[in-house]
Ligand binder design. Structure first.
Ligand code: NAD
Ligand code: UDX
Length: 496
């Protein structure tokens, strides 16, 4: 196979931007051009105000884009899709593949129109052979369908090879995940041309990833492995969240249960943290896509199994808001409530599928007055998310205030609700002066911790009533007329 000298990445989003930056960094002789239809996004990638927040990303971009440290610049951003496609030998397609909104499979199947449109562009403009790489997460067999399109509309004599190369990075840790991936997965046809294309892509990764961590297999397996990985990860969270409901009803503590089971090396400790529910652009979409594929393959039991992972997640968010309403004496009308965190996880400004959106929607439906604080999420993004709820923007604007500090959000409130586990000091949340918060809140003071991040006993000593996920709280026991004394939670998860 020939050596790749020019790469084009279609889609300058959460995957395309960081992936290209790391690829360019690690291959100084490779020219990497990232293209997108959005002029605003491309302009932002060219500036120091990148369109997405990701720790370490700006440094990685500047090194390759600006040639910092005496390097020759080799990372470019452009809206001229055609030129970049025409020049490159290898094209990464990392456009969005969200859940379909209308038509067959609406709310479940993946929307592949952006992906197909990118592939059609390649077919139309390419005058030399291309290796096309599926970076986007796509349903199993997508490569096969794209082959048909390429052979129908590509220029005669131009050869296309399609590879599957799914991305496993998580937001908030994208740069370390890309720098040291657990594995690089490449799926190809088992033909001479297919294997040669896979080898060319493997060489690009081998600049920084050990060869034994670059694995190859057939395209269908590779496509399905991506959906399988996300489904299994999401399943762990739904499993622990389902157990958290049992904990709340019995007096067991989910942190202790998770710690105990996680020490079994077959289970492991990662992705076992109970929460208000998982968010992000991938888990729900990919689990539903897997369920939909199963359904279309006439495997209804399999589809139902995976759908239940999403059902438990919806249940978890709903349980959390019901608990808030119940604790606040079933009346939220005009009560001020602080919402700390709007992003779906820490270290990102991304709010796609954030549990915060659902919780805010339910509380505004009760006519609560909410003050939201998040250190990274843009105001414009919060309003855009809230606009898309059933409540609509006018009522949201009436009931919601966006605050620039945790203390502004907490002042005069009946309750504080933690929805993102922000722990960097710039966010102000981990170093919150709870004694000060107590002095500015109304009585009785409640803290609802959707991430199990606060020191429950310390806050209780300050007079707060603290409700955590999967821990005995006052709400579940009040119903039965008994509040368990329980031991102090400071020893939770302790190895002794
Ligand atoms: P994104 O929405 O942030 O970025 C996609 C970009 O593609 C957008 O900027 C959009 O303008 C652009 N685009 C769409 N159609 C185009 C076209 N025809 N030509 C040029 N540009 C076009 O999406 P993302 O979060 O980066 O996800 C991309 C893919 O990667 C999805 O399939 C997703 O499932 C997968 N993925 C995402 C993550 C993640 O953490 N976000 C992780 C692994 C995999
Ligand atoms: C996920 C996958 O981890 C990644 O491999 C894939 O490429 C894209 O989807 P991401 O959604 O960015 O990444 O973040 P992740 O860390 O997986 O968290 C997803 C959601 O689950 C977040 O809302 C997070 O707060 C929640 N979560 C995570 C838990 O509730 N408990 C956990 O133990 C871990």
């Amino acid at each position: 196979h020939g050596k790749v000298t020019k790469v084009c990445c279609i889609g300058a989003g959460y995957v395309g931007g960081p992936t290209s930056a790391v690829m360019a960094n690690k291959n100084p002789d490779l020219q990497v051009t990232v293209v997108d239809l959005s002029i605003k996004r491309i302009e932002a990638w060219k500036s120091d105000q990148l369109p997405i927040y990701e720790p370490g990303l700006l440094d990685a971009v500047k090194l390759a884009r600006d040639g910092d440290g005496g390097r020759k610049p080799n990372l470019f951003f452009s809206t001229d899709v055609d030129t970049a496609v025409r020049e490159a030998e290898l094209i990464l397609v990392s456009v969005n593949t969200p859940t379909k909104i209308t038509g067959t499979g609406a709310g479940r199947a993946s929307e592949l129109s952006y992906f197909e449109s990118a592939v059609r562009t390649i077919a139309e403009v390419a005058t030399t052979d291309k290796i096309i790489v599926e970076k986007s997460t796509v349903p199993c067999r997508t490569a096969e369908n794209m082959r048909e399109i390429l052979s129908a509309i590509g220029h005669p004599g131009v050869n296309f090879e399609i590879l599957s190369n799914p991305e496993f990075l998580a937001e908030g840790t994208a740069i370390p995940d890309l720098m040291e991936p657990d594995r690089i997965l490449i799926g190809s046809l088992n033909t001479a041309a297919g294997l040669s294309a896979a080898a060319a892509l493997a060489d690009v990764y081998a600049a920084w990833v050990p060869r034994e961590n670059i694995i190859t297999m057939n395209t269908f397996s590779s496509e399905l492995a991506k959906l399988a990985a996300n489904a299994l990860l999401a399943q762990r969270i739904s499993s622990i969240n389902a157990l958290s409901a049992v904990c709340e009803a019995t007096g067991a503590d989910i942190e202790e249960v998770s710690y105990a089971v996680g020490l079994d090396t077959r289970i492991g400790r990662k992705m076992l943290k109970a929460s208000v529910g998982f968010g992000g652009s991938c888990f729900k979409k990919d689990v539903l896509s897997l369920a939909y594929i199963s359904e279309t393959l006439h495997l209804p039991e399999v589809a139902a199994y995976w759908r239940s992972v999403v059902d438990i997640n919806e249940y978890q968010k709903d349980r959390f808001t019901k608990r808030i309403i119940q604790c606040l004496f079933n009346s939220l009308k005009n009560k001020k409530i602080a919402i700390l965190g709007f992003a779906y996880k820490k270290d990102t400004g991304d709010t796609r599928e954030s549990a915060a959106i659902t919780v805010v929607e339910s509380l505004v439906a009760e006519d609560a007055k909410l003050s939201i604080y998040d250190p990274r999420v843009e105001e414009e993004q919060v309003w855009s998310d809230l606009k898309q709820t059933h409540i609509g923007l006018p009522k949201m604007k009436e009931n919601v205030t966006l605050c620039s500090s945790v203390y502004d959000a907490c002042a005069d409130s009946h309750a504080v609700i933690i929805l993102t586990e922000w722990d960097d000091t710039s966010s102000g949340m981990p170093r919150m002066d709870w004694a000060h918060v107590a002095s500015v809140m109304r009585r009785p003071m409640f803290v609802f911790d959707g991430r199990n991040v606060v020191d429950k006993s310390k806050l209780e000593d300050l007079g707060f009533r603290v409700e955590c996920i999967g821990k005995p709280g006052s709400a579940s026991f009040r119903e039965r007329g008994s509040v368990p004394s329980g031991r102090k939670s400071s020893q939770e998860g302790s190895p002794v």
